[in-house]
Design a protein around this ligand. Sequence first.
Ligand code: SF4
Length: 466
Amino acid sequence: MKGSQSADISLAPAVYVETYGCQMNVADSQLVMGILRRAGYQRVEQPDQADVILLNTCAIREHAEERVLGRLSDLARLRNRRPELKLGLLGCMAQHDRQTLLQKAPYLDLVAGPDTYARLPQMLRQANFDPIVDVRLNRDETYAGVVPEHEPNAVRAYVTVMRGCDEFCAFCVVPYVRGRERSAAPDAVIDEVQALARRGVKEIVLLGQTVNAYRHGETGFAELLRMVCAVDGIERVRFTSPHPRFMSSAVIDAIASEPKVQPYLHLPVQSGSDRVLQTMARGYRVGEYRALVERLRAAIPELALSTDIIVGFHGENDDDFEATLELLREVSFDSAFIFKYSLRENTKAYRLGDTVSETEKGERLATAIALQERISLLCNQRLVGRDFPVLIEGEARRGNGMLSGKTPQFKTAVFPASDGLGPGDTVLVRVESVTSHSLRGAPAKAPLQAGSAPEVRRPTGEMPTV
Ligand code: SF4
């Protein structure tokens, strides 16, 4: 790699990585940077400083793909000033659209799927005249031995413990673009967590598409959770996303009994209708999901819950949608990520087609979001006057002398800065006011001992109606 502005700063070729989509992709970008750093690259924060630009992409929704194609064509213009700039596309979209990508984005030098990152340095060396495309899936690839380049000074770090998915939900491209499920060796996970603890990371989030299905030899997810909790220096442990089907008694026991595992679960339900869940091939009925929530709340009284909902899936009628609204009211999720269904090629549901119009999907989306906003607000209003240990992450987004961090229930808390408090400290915050998305308060006492958590009562009483 030669001739660049970055050569003034360092001889190392400069790489700029832009990430789209979920936390798995954020973690994969850190993995990619770890691989490239070892091969002599340095990271830059601006695309116009880079010798190599990589977009790590998502294929879950069509909209995300359109955004990436637009961004690619903008970035390709940087070649007017820097003809040797290499442009690469990584991640789920690389895998999903491999047949058509080079026609849609002919300026790409590199297209690499999620299981090929170990070969990136070699591919970049070869991508001189013709584009290099490598989207082979590999059932065994867990990137053992690669040290991801985590955010410097981060309080929280993501650690990928499993890759791929075997569930094949009817709407989802993940098993096709990320391949079959495989788990990292527990030793490799613990090595990474220990290294993060030595760097001052306080909170670990274990990642996997169905993270609680983790299994490596004799080690299941419950055992892995306990092993991670045993690492000195780590104060909080979270994981995402669990699948309701794999929420075993052993996993519930581990969450309930390990003080470092935080009382917050993102537990995707997708729909409140059995008919729709069956077409989605989710592998559970609404009653089973309800019963699971009851078991979780009985075992972990202070638990906060969030979920994913898809509206407008194939065959969803008014009654099905009403059943979803009813489930939102009944469970009273602290928050929910609600999406319009979008048909994705190569999935089972693609053959079934769309039965709900875009207008109707939009109306259902707006209705469900409005309901959830009110439920979230109600959940948060019940926290006013209570104290929570908040792990400080840094300045609040709007600054103004405020700090921000997360409660054990993963709620954002904002409070006035005071001397001696900074990222990585845990402080007890008394909630004074709330919105549906955050809490505002004031420090109640001096920094806390790690691991202490207050009791949080579940909301009771009337849920909003629409
Ligand atoms: S569990 Fe279903 S929705 Fe989640 S990644 Fe696997 S196939 Fe997709």
